[in-house]
Design a protein around this ligand. Structure first.
Ligand SMILES: Nc1nc2c(c(=O)[nH]1)N[C@H]1C(S)=C(S)[C@@H](COP(=O)(O)OP(=O)(O)OC[C@H]3O[C@@H](n4cnc5c(=O)[nH]c(N)nc54)[C@H](O)[C@@H]3O)O[C@H]1N2
Ligand SMILES: Nc1nc2c(c(=O)[nH]1)N[C@H]1C(S)=C(S)[C@@H](COP(=O)(O)OP(=O)(O)OC[C@H]3O[C@@H](n4cnc5c(=O)[nH]c(N)nc54)[C@H](O)[C@@H]3O)O[C@H]1N2
Ligand code: SF4
Ligand SMILES: [Mo]
Length: 688
């Protein structure tokens, strides 16, 4: 019997834990702790523990599939490539759009970006970061000059006050949750604001439930109270920031008195007072946030408000402080770093910047040039263009995304994708999106590849191949290279290994330039920016100055605005959505993991006990949830753990898909949809 351990990085969340895959006779059969990673020190959450279970699922895609007369038939790679190449060549550049993937490696995202812009010469490439932290990328870039998490996971333990708002850290980033516990043991105060009493709330010293969509009002109110008590950091404000007076003008308004904020948010005045005092008098303090802040039509405003309060308190550029935007998917940070976005090349070099455009055109050497130096469409815009402007986009190549469950307003997404002339989906499983494709390409999963991924704290870590892919499945980078060669661009895609691709990435990306596979092999790996091979990497950003051109942090005066859709007589409740510990997004992997799926086999809608009583709804009863977009039948979970007037659904379950209900209203800057607040009604289902 052949037996080995292969150290790798978790394929689920952006925390970036390491573990060993246990390989017996060439097959992955289990996971075991890898103690040397400083991130998780050998601990993992349930998803990490069972991350081997889906790998050899009998449902894995093993052969290319081509749709003929409405049915998928198995094909050879040659047949699939020939068909795709012939079709792809028939479209004009901007009739093509690509979705890259936060699930795959940096190398693979880089190649997808190069394929879209270089082979297809299209401006349109994006990925699920749009649905996730696009408001962070835009908001923090405007405040600090860089859109990434400012501090490291480890230094959260050094914080004296941890303020968690819009992040259910203990379910969604459990091993970051562990750092909050360590901070608490060191004497830190923990404040938690969330419409639901989640497992994260159980760890808090102060819990503030509130109505979804009131974040700016809450943060402005806290800032007013901090300023009134003189708890702001005057030296930091003076030396490191600008526009403080503009901020003050807004937050000192009567609208943001604690009494008013209490009316808007539902948080008692006393709680707000305590929160302001703890924030003002326990330093350094760290803010942790995630989707509760970003997924709003005011997502960028929310993010800038978080940046405002941390600059006000002087909580930046030092250990135990920071604006810690917890990135979600294992490699969403990396997919953004690699330029799988419609406005930037790698390392956030702008496509509309002539020098950057020329740099990439020259480095890649496509004899017939690359895409125009113009902004492309975001995922959410692509879907709107498909339905509203038929014929403008004709063809899509989707790698490792499942918008038919994860995008807002699924009925709209279906109409959009069905209107395509040609759709290629590259995945490890058949998905709801794959069902609509013309060609399916079977990909290798994380356990079957080498490559790098970048976690939320900008730590670039290795994946290591533990087994061969099933059947004829191939690594995503190989598929892209072979397809590019079939289209006449073998010379631009000569890569024989992930490391060769990484070497090209280093050459064109200053923040990754000092990283090599050898350097990344150390358990602690490296944080970007890492400009030279001597550079130790950068766990904490903005130490001496901000990354903005003038080096200053910019305060932004932000007024509170309600969500795009608010409750009325017909739809009287606020509807919000999110995740649970045991499942991952569209469920393709966790629902094929026996242990996780047994733990939580289907979805539900959370309804406050008093609301349920008024509606005559019992716990466990199947109800119909209805919004202006559609309706789903779903079991009711009657609970005191959710704010009265608010209802919550996890979005993992295709049989009761929350995104049939959600609103496709977008933040005007980030184009992120308002997953966290719309209006809903719930009906009893009467027997026919
Ligand atoms: N188990 C598991 N872990 C995951 C994922 C997963 O699918 N499963 N996905 C990963 C990904 S990609 C991401 S982006 C992260 C997301 O991580 P989180 O953002 O922590 O997860 P969510 O459940 O989307 O939302 C967080 C909280 O926002 C609250 N909320 C709702 N409305 C509002 C509001 O208006 N304001 C505020 N402040 N809060 C509100 C919800 O009640 C919820 O508890 O998780 C990552 N980790
Ligand atoms: N209502 C609501 N909707 C939301 C959210 C919310 O909070 N509420 N959150 C949004 C957020 S933050 C996110 S990040 C998105 C996530 O949305 P998606 O990215 O669409 O969700 P995933 O299920 O992670 O889909 C990834 C796909 O990649 C495939 N895959 C996994 N590994 C590989 C691989 O190695 N190669 C290839 N080719 N494919 C692979 C999986 O099988 C799966 O089909 O959902 C968004 N949707
Ligand atoms: S916390 Fe995230 S990275 Fe760590 S084991 Fe759990 S899912 Fe994986
Ligand atoms: Mo996400």
């Amino acid at each position: 019997m052949d037996f080995k351990y292969v150290q790798t990085t978790c394929p689920y969340c952006g925390t970036g834990c390491s573990f060993n895959l246990v390989v017996r006779d060439g097959k992955v059969v289990g996971t075991q702790p890898y103690d040397r990673s400083p991130v998780n020190e050998g601990k993992v959450c349930p998803k990490g523990t069972y991350a081997h279970e889906f790998v050899n699922s009998p449902d894995r895609l093993t052969k290319p599939l081509i749709k003929k007369d409405g049915k998928f038939v198995e094909a050879t790679w040659d047949e699939a490539y020939d068909l795709i190449a012939q079709k792809f060549k028939s479209y004009k550049p901007d009739e093509f759009a690509a979705l890259a993937s936060a699930r795959v490696s940096n190398e693979e995202n880089y190649l997808m970006m190069k394929f879209a812009r270089g082979v297809m010469k299209s401006r349109h490439i994006d990925h699920c970061a749009r649905l996730c932290h696009s408001s962070t990328v835009a908001g923090l870039a405007a405040s600090f000059g860089s859109g990434a998490m400012t501090n490291s996971i480890l230094d959260i333990a050094e914080s004296k006050c941890v303020f968690v708002i819009g992040s259910n850290t203990f379910e969604q980033h459990p091993l970051i949750g562990r750092k909050i516990v360590q901070a608490k043991k060191n004497g830190a105060k923990v404040i938690y604001a969330d419409p639901r009493y989640t497992p994260t709330a159980r760890q808090a010293d102060l819990y503030m439930p509130f109505v979804s969509g009131s974040d700016v009002a809450i943060l402005n109110g806290l800032m007013q109270e901090i300023i009134k008590n003189g708890w702001e950091d005057r030296e930091f404000i003076e030396k490191r920031t600008k526009d403080f007076e503009k901020l003050k003008e807004v937050v000192m308004k009567e609208t943001y008195s604690l009494e008013n904020v209490s009316k808007i948010s539902g948080i008692p005045v006393e709680s707000l007072k305590t929160a302001a005092e703890w924030l003002g008098t326990n330093k350094p303090g760290a803010i942790l946030y995630s989707m509760g802040i970003t997924q709003h039509t005011v997502g960028v405003d929310n993010v800038r408000s978080v940046a405002n309060i941390q600059m006000l308190l002087g909580n930046l550029g030092k250990p135990g402080a920071g604006v810690n935007a917890l990135r979600g998917q294992n490699n969403v940070q990396g997919a953004c770093d690699m330029g799988a976005l419609p406005n930037v090349f790698t390392g956030y070099q702008k496509v509309i910047d002539e020098a950057a455009h020329k740099k990439f055109a020259d480095a890649w050497g496509f004899p017939d040039g690359i895409c125009e130096p113009k902004l492309g469409y975001e995922v959410t815009t692509m879907m709107n263009v498909l339905t509203d402007n038929p014929g403008e986009l004709k063809c899509m190549y989707i790698m490792g995304e499942n918008p038919m469950i994860s995008d807002p307003d699924i009925n709209h997404v279906r109409e959009a994708l069905e209107s395509l002339d040609f759709l290629v989906v590259q995945d490890i499983f058949m998905t709801e999106t794959g069902e609509l494709a013309d060609v399916i390409l079977p990909a290798a999963c994380y356990a079957e590849r080498d490559g790098t991924q970048t976690s939320t704290e900008r730590r670039v870590q290795r994946w290591r191949k533990a087994q061969n892919p099933p059947g004829e499945a191939k690594q995503d980078w190989q598929i892209i290279c072979e397809l590019a060669a079939r289209m006449g661009y073998a010379e631009q895609f000569p890569f024989q290994s992930a490391e060769e691709i990484f070497e090209e990435i280093r050459r064109v990306t200053p923040s990754y330039a000092g990283m090599t596979y050898e350097r990344l092999d150390r358990p602690e790996a490296l944080h970007w920016p890492c400009p030279t091979v001597e550079h130790p990497g950068t766990p904490i950003l903005h130490r001496e100055k901000f990354s903005s051109p003038d080096g200053l942090g910019a305060f932004a005066p932000i007024e509170w605005k309600p969500p795009a859709e608010v409750p009325d007589e017909e739809y009287p409740f606020v509807f919000t959505t999110g995740r649970i510990l045991w499942h991952w997004h569209t469920g393709t992997m966790t629902r094929r993991s026996a242990t996780l799926d047994t733990e939580v086999p289907t979805g539900w809608i959370e309804i406050n006990t008093e609301d349920a009583k008024a509606l005559g709804i019992k716990n466990g009863e199947i109800v119909r949830a209805v919004t202006r977009r559609g309706s789903v039948e779903v079991p009711a979970k009657v609970t005191d753990d959710i704010m009265k007037g608010v209802m919550f659904m996890p979005f993992h379950f295709h049989e009761c898909a929350a995104n049939i209900l959600t609103n496709n209203a977008l933040d005007p800057v980030a184009k992120i949809p308002e997953f966290k607040a719309c209006a809903v009604r719930v009906e009893k289902i009467t027997e026919a």
